[in-house]
Design a protein around this ligand. Structure first.
Ligand SMILES: NC(=O)c1ccc[n+]([C@@H]2O[C@H](COP(=O)([O-])OP(=O)(O)OC[C@H]3O[C@@H](n4cnc5c(N)ncnc54)[C@H](O)[C@@H]3O)[C@@H](O)[C@H]2O)c1
Ligand SMILES: O=C(O)[C@H](O)[C@@H](O)[C@H](O)[C@H](O)CO
Length: 257
């Protein structure tokens, strides 16, 4: 198969959670540029509508749906609407995420539960619902957004995020175990561990420790809009058909240091 065909997503259907802004928006656009129809969902449907509009301008179809990934009814609704409109789901990107900064001894249980709920339970709920369809069809690509923070501890002067780091480590364990369980169903489950990308979530950290983080990044810059979408397209496409249970680190070399 020609390499361009390996990366082609024409006719595929993708769901991206938290697709209304930040990295989710960038990856949604990337999948659409590669030919996929994309369902953009998030808590705020206004953001999703704007991203859907951009996607339709690329000549593919898009739906914008409200979805809190911690709410099983919302998750079911997204899967139902997607199947109703497109008849199948080929790709799921579990991108929604939340964080909370507090020293361990001061971390409120409510914040801990919220972070774990969105970042871990949300990934589970969405995967379970989409998986019912993918397992039956014996086809699927699931991409979970972890973080470099899930692979190592962070400097508390800049990132005191015990719940976040824990949740992103859990996303990697979830990815590996599910890859083993669903490999026989021809479902590929991989994770991406991004380093620092300026978004609403990370801007406060970047303001606090720009030089600190740049010093810890061999490529001496933060991730940009073009740095993640190609990786997402790769993991969503035939080009990665012999990969599952893998974590791709996209961090300018931070983890290598
Ligand atoms: N920006 C970075 O440097 C960086 C690095 C590593 C990993 N990540 C991860 O990338 C993902 C996207 O983050 P981002 O940087 O674009 O930040 P962001 O805050 O712009 O995006 C987070 C998205 O998650 C959605 N979300 C939050 N709670 C939700 C819920 N309960 N239900 C549904 N959607 C919900 C938000 O609406 C938003 O669309 C997150 O999982 C984050 O942990 C980001
Ligand atoms: O939002 C995130 O997940 C952060 O950007 C982390 O991934 C940092 O890059 C890392 O922890 C630096 O030490």
């Amino acid at each position: 198969m020609n390499v361009k065909d390996l990366f082609d997503l024409t006719g595929k259907t993708a769901i991206v959670t938290g697709g209304g802004r930040g990295l989710g928006e960038q990856m949604s656009i990337g999948l659409a540029e590669a030919g996929a129809n994309v369902v953009v969902c998030s808590r705020r449907v206004e953001n999703c509508l704007a991203v859907s509009e951009k996607i339709r301008e690329l000549g593919v179809q898009s739906l914008a749906l409200k979805c809190d990934v911690t709410n099983p009814d919302d998750v079911k609704h997204v899967v139902h609407e997607t199947l109703d409109t497109f008849g199948k789901i080929d790709i799921l990107i579990n991108n929604s995420g939340a964080t909370w900064g507090a020293p361990v001894l001061e971390m409120p249980i409510e914040a801990w539960n919220k972070v774990l709920n969105v970042n871990v339970t949300g990934v589970f709920l969405m995967t379970q619902e989409v998986g019912k369809h993918m397992v039956k069809r014996k086809q699927g690509k699931i991409i979970n957004i972890s973080s470099v923070a899930g692979l190592k501890g962070s400097d508390p002067a800049y990132m005191d995020t015990i719940g976040y780091n824990t949740s992103k480590g859990a996303v990697i364990s979830f990815t590996r175990d599910l890859a083993v369980k669903w490999g026989p169903y021809n479902i590929h489950v991989n994770a991406i561990a991004p380093g620092f990308f300026p978004t609403k979530m990370s801007n406060v950290l970047i303001e606090r420790g720009k030089n600190h983080f740049l010093n810890k990044t061999p490529l001496k810059r933060f991730g940009s809009e073009r740095d993640l979408k190609g990786v997402a397209v790769f993991l969503a496409s035939k080009a990665s058909d012999f990969m599952t249970g893998e974590v791709l680190i996209v961090d300018g070399g931070t983890h290598a240091m």
